[in-house]
Write a protein that binds this ligand. Structure first.
Ligand SMILES: [Zn+2]
Length: 425
């Protein structure tokens, strides 16, 4: 039975992978709808032939990697249970120490280490791919350092969450999911507060804007929206990537707008001001807080479903998965697997909300700057620097796109430009 379940799982993964390969490389047609051909959203008007070809190629492989990665995690956790590794980690932990917390730490180290090794090839392919298409500029050593920081931050977070989670499971077989959620509320807020000042600086350097002339312009824009100057930062990304970006992060007194130095170096002042105005919208409309509220709502439902599914899986397949009881730490891979599945399933919904916020931010930015030409060219530059697909296949958009497609973003701006021209006449 165990062997059969394993074979079926691997087979299902292979069929799933083949489906997406066929979908991305053969089924979907990357040509623009007729009415968009020749417009400013048509990449043929702002990319050269080579860039066009590269962006198609690169996006297709990237999309395939995306669709392969998450279910690969599920397969990994499933096999870890089936083969008996989870059981082995626990007994190794119990043989090494008699202290409960230390046992949990040892179990987590083994599980994290195996997960790291198993997922490493896919992450490495992602890195070399982006390097060979000249998007990443990061040295292997620097990339590896980031991977290791990820590993330890992940481990540290698990060391806080997992002991509490299993303690709750033991205390309340029926309500642990709810108490876990209650505790996750302050924990999430605390992490969001610390993110920009404790976690992000582990990866990159943050500082006030270097170009003082530009800073004056940017800060006067921020001032219009009542954002204090000390909440605007530049981050050094040029050593890592050629692509352009800016974002809003942190909550409370740590809320801030961060502009990648690549964006500041490659775009003109007017283009940067448009990007800045877009971020200002996220900041003033408090999209982060909406995001946190939705995340907490999702996790309440998610934890409840996880509780139900775990109970079912353990009573039905406990023997095969080698999990004697939900509250035994051996069930942790199952917990991660179900949570990851639920997150994947809910991602179209959270992306939809995010795309709505992004659309608002674009609208806000163009109303504030009134300069559609710079806005359009800044998006064209963004497309070029990241080799982004202007019009991605539907499933890619649904599962991957937290932003509207460039086709949608640029054509909306073009409409604004046309309306403005009519008004001016
Ligand atoms: Zn945005």
């Amino acid at each position: 039975m165990v062997r059969k379940m394993g074979v079926y799982a691997v087979l299902a993964y292979v069929i799933y992978g083949l489906f997406f390969y066929w979908y991305l490389f053969h089924f979907t047609d990357s040509n623009l709808p007729f009415e968009f051909q020749g417009t400013k959203a048509d990449p043929a008007t702002f990319l050269n032939g080579r860039e066009l070809m590269l962006s198609e190629e690169y996006s297709k492989i990237r999309n395939l990697l995306f669709f392969l990665s998450t279910p690969f995690e599920w397969l990994f956790y499933f096999l870890i249970l089936l083969v008996g590794f989870s059981k082995a980690f626990k007994s190794w932990a119990e043989n090494s120490s008699k202290y409960k917390l230390l046992q949990t730490a040892i179990y987590l180290i083994w599980l994290s280490f195996f997960a790291f090794v198993a997922t490493f090839p896919l992450s490495y392919i992602g890195y070399t791919l982006s390097k060979s298409y000249n998007i990443s500029t990061q040295s292997f050593a620097s990339w590896m350092k980031d991977e290791l920081i990820d590993f330890w931050i992940n481990f540290g977070t698990l060391m806080i969450i997992v002991p509490v989670l299993y303690w709750l499971m033991k205390r309340s077989v029926k309500r642990w999911w709810f108490y876990a959620w209650l505790l996750s509320v302050p924990f999430t807020l605390f992490l969001m507060f610390l993110q920009p000042i404790v976690i992000d600086p582990l990866y990159n350097d943050f500082y006030p804007l270097k170009n003082k002339e530009l800073e004056t312009k940017i800060l006067s824009l921020a001032e219009k929206a009542q954002i204090p100057a000390e909440h605007v930062f530049e981050v050094n990304m040029a050593d890592k990537t050629n692509s352009l970006n800016a974002y809003v992060t942190g909550i409370g007194s740590n809320a801030r707008i961060v502009l990648w130095d690549t964006t500041l170096n490659k775009l003109s002042n007017d283009q940067i001001l448009f990007i800045m105005a877009h971020e200002i919208c996220h900041y003033v409309e408090k999209h982060i807080y909406i995001g946190i509220a939705l995340y907490l709502l999702f996790s309440l439902v998610g934890l409840y479903l996880t509780y139900r599914i775990m109970n079912w899986a353990v009573s039905r397949f406990g023997k095969e998965l080698k999990i004697p009881d939900v509250k035994d730490i051996r069930s942790l891979p199952l917990f991660f697997m179900i949570l990851s599945m639920l997150m994947f399933v809910s991602s179209p919904f959270s992306n939809l909300i995010s795309r709505y916020e992004e659309k608002r931010a674009d609208q806000y930015a163009i109303n504030m700057t009134q300069n559609p030409e710079s806005a359009i060219t800044s998006f064209q530059e963004l497309t070029k620097s990241g080799l982004t697909q202007v019009n991605p296949p539907l499933l890619v958009k649904i599962f991957r796109y937290s932003h509207p497609t460039m086709l949608e973003r640029i054509s909306t701006l073009e409409e604004f430009e046309i309306k403005q021209r009519i008004k001016d006449k």
